[in-house]
Design a protein around this ligand. Structure first.
Ligand code: ZN
Ligand code: ZN
Length: 389
């Protein structure tokens, strides 16, 4: 796989040009239009299952309560470690190292909790819904034969074919969001949103993992693995020191420091889980796949259209420019007088994604039958500019 990305520009660019600006997406509304009544904000009428806090500044998934379990599972062993194990270790190390033994896990756990919070309360990359189905494309040359009509619009295809990097890929229509899904996008049934570069819905974080919060998630699982290994290693050191100091066997040392024994068992099991997860995601980063793609499409190396080589993949996923949310959840919502649109739908996205703008949703979902792939429209544009020089 080379870095070259050759795309059917007629299809891609034609829709990219009409991508709405962030101000359009915000759905700003003139207060006068409501005759004094203050219109709701976008997050108050949002059709997805998200939970919002601080006036729409924090966007959680529907199962945000699972965060309390996750936080407890992180904090409980650290409290046990600092209260019972580190005080034994302090006696074993010199004056400077003893502070480090206690301070390091405290710093690590603060970082882990911060990253958990950022992963959970960040918009994962939700695509604004359309207020009505997009207009049928006049150009039928790219339509798949596998299509049906939606919403009494018989010419609206369910799937479209798009050429990406010389390969034919399928673009799928999302009937819930009434748009063609962006590349690598999938509709999360738990959150009821289409999410860009959808990776998976994480029950531990209670949020979708997508384009905008994947880095936080990756850092969270990586640091949690390091924290697990740290606690496991120092508990083993503590047991070893107790055995030498009191001339006890392993069982005797464990009885002398039961907290060390519990933590060794706990971190060993947890370490396998988060360590395995970290390793898996590092593999996904190196091969430029999402969890969803890995499970669904089982890319062979040469077939993955996103693969830019190890360094290219790392650069793209970890060091490329951080994108902003497509939706201003705090903006005032707008109600359209359209029979096709429910008030809440129009409030959320009608302003930005009406039928006139519907083609902006250059949305592609890979169909493995095509033996091909697609690239995020923004990335495609970026790559096209890059390779044009
Ligand atoms: Zn959707
Ligand atoms: Zn979700």
């Amino acid at each position: 796989m080379t870095n070259s990305v050759h795309v059917d520009e007629k299809i891609i660019i034609g829709r990219m040009d009409s991508t709405p600006s962030s101000s359009q997406l915000s759905g700003l509304h003139e207060p006068d239009a409501d005759k004094g009544a203050k219109p709701p904000r976008v997050y108050q009428v949002w059709k997805g299952n998200n939970k919002f806090f601080l006036g729409g500044r924090l966007i959680f998934g529907p199962d945000a309560r699972s965060l309390t379990t996750t936080i407890s599972m992180i904090l409980a062993p650290i409290i046990l470690f600092i209260a019972f194990v580190s005080k034994d270790l302090i006696q074993e190390f010199d004056q400077h190292l003893d502070k480090l033994v206690v301070a390091l896990p405290m710093v690590l756990v603060c970082l882990v909790l911060l990253l958990l919070f950022l992963t959970s309360c960040t918009d994962p990359g939700i695509i604004p819904r359309n207020s009505r189905p997009p207009e049928p494309d006049d150009d039928t040359s790219n339509l798949s034969t596998d299509w049906t009509g939606y919403h009494n619009i018989p010419s609206l295809p369910l799937i479209k074919d798009v050429m990406v990097n010389g390969m034919v890929v399928k673009v799928k229509y999302c009937p819930t969001c009434m748009l063609y899904r962006p590349p690598r996008c999938s509709h999360c049934t738990l959150c009821n949103n289409c999410v860009e570069r959808f990776d998976h819905h994480c029950p531990w974080v209670g949020q979708c993992i997508g384009k905008l919060n994947y880095r936080f998630f990756l850092q969270f699982v990586s640091l949690t693995s390091i924290l697990c290994l740290y606690v496991l290693a120092f508990c083993c050191v503590n047991i070893h020191k107790i055995m030498n100091r009191h001339r006890l066997n392993l069982w005797g040392a464990l009885l002398k420091s039961p907290a060390s024994g519990i933590l060794i068992l706990y971190t060993f099991v947890a370490g396998w889980f988060v360590g395995g997860l970290t390793t898996f995601h590092l593999y996904l980063v190196l091969t430029n796949q999402t969890t969803y793609e890995n499970f669904r499409y089982h890319y062979k190396r040469k077939m993955n259209p996103y693969n830019l080589g190890c360094l290219g993949n790392i650069r793209e996923i970890l060091f490329s420019k951080v994108h902003k949310s497509r939706i201003n959840f705090r903006a005032l919502a707008k109600v359209e007088d359209s029979p096709l649109v429910t008030p809440s739908m129009s409030m959320v996205s009608g302003h930005a994604m009406g039928p006139g703008n519907s083609k902006s949703n250059c949305d592609i979902e890979i169909d493995v039958r095509c033996n091909a792939g697609v690239q995020d429209s923004e990335d495609i544009m970026k790559d096209m500019h890059r390779f044009r020089g």
